[in-house]
Structure formats: C-alpha cells, structure tokens
Design a protein around this ligand. Structure first.
Ligand code: FES
Ligand code: MG
Length: 598
C-alpha cells in the first residue's frame, strides 16, 4: 500500500496536452486520428487515463533483452488493469558482446534518444525494460533527466549453465576458455561448443557481471519492485512481476512519484554499499556516477572507496564467488542482501522506492534462506570487498576491484612481509587492443611472472566509448608454464564478468593528456594498495621531459573517427571517473516539468 497521497489529477496529466486540448484543436486532432488507426478508442485517449510508455529494449539485435518482446504483453495487461493505456516504443539497441567498437557508444546514444521520446511524446509515465549491461544505466539516466514517473523492469538473468556437475557462468567462462585455448588444452571446436553451453536460456548473463550488477543496483536504488531484479528470465515469477510493474506504473502517475524523489544522494550511497556486498562489476562506478550526475548528485570514486571498500562480500556468485543467479535468487536475491546490510546499519533504510514504501519496509522479513549463497554479515566471503580508488603520478583515479584478488595473486604479488599490500614490477606497454593482440606473444618483450601489463589508448576518447580490454591474458608460453594472470593497469574498462584484479578506468586517459601516455616499456611501477597509490618510479624532471616531448609530437595519437556519432561523443565525453557522461547533458534535469510541451 502506498504511503504517498495521490497528487495528480486527470486534467493535469501531461498527455492531455496532446489528446484533449481545446486550445490546440489541430494538435489534438492529429494525435487522436493516427493513434486510433491501430484500434485505440477515442474514449481511451480522451477520458483522462494515464498514458504509460514502455521503452522496449529487446530486438533480434539484443538477445539478452529479446524476451521483453513477450514479457511486455503482461506489462500491458497490468497497465490496462490499473486504468492506464500502454504505448510500447523501441529503444536504440544495446548489446554488450556484439556491438563494435563498443556498446559504450550506445549507452549515451540510447540515453539521448530516450530523453527525446519521453519529452516529446504524450507519455505520463514509463516502464523501462532493462537487461544487458548498459540498458539499465541508459534508461535510468534518461528517466531522471526527463523526470516523469518511471519504473524499471529487468528481463532477468538466464538459467545456470552446466558442464557435468560444474556450474558454468556466462561471460566468465569465456575468459577461462580463452586461456585453455591459448595453453593448447582445448581446440577451437571445443572452445565454441563449451561457449555455447554456457548460455542455456533467454536472459542476460547469469554471473554477477555488469548486467546482474546494474539490475540489482536499480532495485537497491529503489527504481524496481522489491525482489524483482534477479528473478531468472524464464521463471513464471518473471511474468508475474511484469504484470505488477505495469500496474504499479499507473499508480505512480497518480501519486506523482518521480525518479527525482527516489534517486537521492542517500539512495546512491546505498547503491555503493550494495555493490560491494554483491562483488559487483567494475563498470558499476562508471554507470552509477553517471546516473547520479544526471540526478544532480556529485558522486566520485572517493565516495566508492570511503563508503564501499570496507563492506564485506556477501553474495557467493561468480566471478567473485561460486554460484550463479538461480541460487542467488532462491537464497533471497537483492532483498536478502539489503536485509543483512540494514541489520548491520550499513544502509539508510529511509530511502523511497517505486512502490511508495521505504527500502527498510520492503525488506522487513527478507532473511537469507541459504547462508552459503547469501552470507550473513558476520560470515562473509571476503572481509573488505569494495573498490579501491588508486591515485599517483600517472592518474587522478583508477579503480581496483578487491573482491576478486585471488590467493594466487596475493602470494605472488602481495606477500612481502615488510610491505604486504605493495609490489613493484616492470611494465610492458600496449597502445590499444590491436597492439596487444599483435605483440603479446613476442618473446622479445621479456614478459615474466612479475611483469605489469599496461593498456593505454582504451579510454572513452582513445577507443571511442572506452574498451573493455584492460584484463589482459599473459603470453601463451607463460600460461603453459602455469602463470594464469598478471597485474594489469589501463585507462579502459574490463568486462564485469572478468575475475581479474586489474587497475582500471585510469582517469584522465592517455588520449586527453593523462600520465599513462608517458609510460615506456621497461619502466618500474610501485603499486601500494594500503596507501592507495600507483607510482612510476622515475624522477619528476624525467617525467616532465617526457611530457614536453609528447606535447611537441602533438600529443597521444588515437584512431580516426569511423562514424558521425563517434566524433560527436568524443567531443563531449567526460572521463570514466565522472561517469563517461556527455559534458553538456548533465545540466538538463526535470525536463518534463521545466519544459512542458508546446
Ligand atoms: Fe548481455 Fe552479458 S552480454 S548481459
Ligand atoms: Mg561488459
């Protein structure tokens, strides 16, 4: 039951401007006659029913979200049942694995498109269909920018993948299989067939990659119905929650419950805490900082470390843990995580959610039903599981996901008794992923078990949109010798399904004058996790001399634009630590109220 009183009346609905506007009879006529063409009645359009948009993210190009095509039928049933009129419309497609050069180009493009649709069409509220990684942030960024009542419906993760009795996590297994292929343990055919087995049903990735993380973040922020984020896509509960989401979207219009009521600073701070407890994707800080900036909340990577680093890992799910989404959902899903964190007084329980209730009220009885899969706060998998925000003489901010630092990595790099949280190593530098693939197996590079691999030219300007390439696999010869991973540092991102403890998202990036552009193969780096520092061990005069030489050579060179949007985005995009938003866009807020239709 809602705790908010109804605030909206039929005559104030924004859709009335289009559908029932005696001052603009011409506009009204044009809108009515065309929408009636496909069977909507005059009564539906003119009797003061809320018009609810359904932002459809599914298509043949976007398999992770494609089942929304079926699912929205139940959303429409719910909308009609609650007295609204559904209008489904397509979003710009976003598919993480297939889009080249990167789906990061699509997040901001889909955001822009959705803002225009929500602002320019007769919509009183919207259901946002999410799934694959960047569909969630694109939707939330647009919803809070326009600020009409909005509710997220996740499509849910796919079922568990299996190989015999072994769980196989989508995305994560591919990183592993690539190593097996490189080591000669499997051939190409086996590589393909095992990859195919890892994705057994409709739905988004079943690991705690970026998709599961961002849909869980939407729920933790209060933007989807409690317990809905991680219902596996094929389960019957998924269709039921689609119906409830549709119903709820209409009530939200009458209550005038808007994204800006929900997406407050306290909600974002909660999201940071929840992300740590989930062992969430290293893309989450980028997307959450972006949604926050569009909400008028300045959130930085310092906030992520301050609020998140000490939070324990509670979700035992791949890549940081052992299970997959089906077990996570059965153990209680996001509500069980929220419950543990609230009990430990790590969350603000007062934040509002789309059902009109507080987060604390929603999860009152949501204790974990499987403490092996969702751990109790005092029995975590990792004690401090959040991100570290590293700084130094090469960049202002770079993230490290501490929940995935393996025992092997600790023994090899963090075992000096005098300085257990620090290590030093010589770097081998690559300029973009093509350079990496071309040279990684070149024995002349002298890569050994203590080398630090550096990837630059992979930020939002260097590789238009920012590439998920920083988690670099060691040379084949080293893998065959048993060295499965090396520390990596870069100005790009890495896939959320990767379990690599890389130092990522170094901002500013090489392409806009960041310090990684000054690194040379053979340089020595010191990484000090305790003091949050990465330092290039050369003196300041040499560093300055390199800076001057680079400047004289015209700066760091990156590939030419391939499309108009790549050029536009490169000219406007902000660094990864600021959410990779478009520079001018974040000043537009509450667009629907500030700029009513005319
Ligand atoms: Fe779409 Fe993982 S590739 S969710
Ligand atoms: Mg990804």
């Amino acid at each position: 039951m809602s705790e908010k009183n109804d605030k909206m009346t039929a005559d104030k609905l924004r859709s009335r401007w289009w559908f029932d506007n005696p001052e603009h009879p011409g506009t009204t006529a044009l809108c009515i006659e065309r929408y009636m063409n496909y069977g909507i009645t005059l009564e539906e359009l003119t009797s003061g029913k809320p018009i609810i948009g359904i932002a459809q993210s599914g298509s043949d190009l976007t398999p992770c979200n494609r089942h929304h095509i079926e699912l929205v039928k139940r959303v429409k049933d719910g909308i009609r049942e609650a007295g609204g009129v559904p209008f489904e419309f397509p979003m710009h497609p976003i598919h993480e694995n297939v889009r080249r050069p990167t789906a990061a180009l699509d997040r901001n493009l889909a955001y822009l498109g959705l803002v225009e649709i929500l602002h320019g069409y007769p919509l009183d509220g919207v259901v946002l269909t999410t799934g694959c990684d960047k569909t969630t942030p694109a939707c939330l960024m647009a919803a809070v920018t326009v600020n009409i009542p909005a509710i997220v419906l996740s499509g849910g993760p796919m079922l568990n993948g299996w190989r015999g009795s072994e769980r196989v996590g989508s995305g994560t297994i591919i990183w592993e299989l690539r190593k097996r292929l490189a080591a000669g343990d499997i051939n190409y055919d086996e590589f393909l067939s095992r990859t195919a087995n890892s994705a057994p049903s409709i739905g988004h990735c079943n690991t705690m990659g970026t998709a599961s993380t961002m849909n869980s973040m939407a729920e933790a922020l209060g933007m989807s119905l409690p317990g809905s984020a991680m219902i596996p896509a094929p389960y019957k509960e998924r269709a039921a929650v689609a119906y409830e989401t549709g119903q709820r979207s209409v009530a939200m219009v009458w209550e005038d419950l808007r994204p800006s009521d929900i997406l407050t600073r306290a909600a974002f701070e909660n999201a940071i805490v929840v992300c740590s407890a989930l062992g969430g994707s290293s893309n989450a800080p980028v997307h959450i900082n972006a949604i926050a900036r569009h909400s008028g909340v300045e959130l930085s990577n310092d906030d992520w470390q301050r609020l998140g680093h000490e939070i324990p890992l509670l979700a035992n799910i791949i890549p940081a843990g052992a299970y997959l989404s089906e077990e996570f959902y059965r153990a209680g899903g996001v509500p069980a995580i929220l419950y543990e964190l609230l009990k430990a007084e790590r969350l603000n329980g007062e934040t509002l959610t789309v059902n009109g209730r507080s987060i604390a009220a929603n999860v009152e009885h949501s204790e974990t039903c499987d403490p092996e899969v969702i751990r109790r706060y005092d029995n975590p998998l990792v004690k401090h599981a959040g991100f570290l925000n590293l700084k130094g003489n090469l960049f202002e901010s770079a993230l490290m996901k501490t929940s995935v630092i393996s025992r092997e990595f600790r023994q090899r790099f963090l075992s000096d008794p005098d300085s257990p949280d620090a290590f030093e190593g010589k770097v081998v530098v690559f300029d973009g992923s093509e350079d990496y693939h071309a040279r990684i197996d070149d024995s002349a590079l002298g890569i050994d078990a203590h080398t630090i691999l550096v990837m630059r030219g992979a930020g939002p300007v260097g590789h238009p949109g920012g590439a998920e390439v920083v988690n670099m696999q060691p040379p084949e010869a080293l893998i065959r010798a048993g060295v499965e991973s090396l520390p990596c540092l870069g100005d790009g991102r890495q896939s959320g399904t990767s379990g690599s403890p890389s130092i990522l998202n170094a901002s500013p990036e090489a392409a806009i004058g960041g310090g990684l552009a000054l690194l040379e193969t053979g340089d020595c780096l010191r990484v000090d996790l305790k003091n949050g520092e990465v330092r290039l061990l050369i003196d300041d005069t040499e560093l300055e001399a390199r800076r001057q030489r680079l400047k004289a050579a015209g700066g760091y060179q990156y590939p030419a634009h391939q499309t108009p949007w790549q050029e536009i985005q490169r000219s406007l995009i902000e660094p990864l630590d600021r959410g990779m938003t478009l520079d001018m866009a974040t000043k537009y807020r509450d667009v629907a109220r500030r700029s009513p239709p005319r």
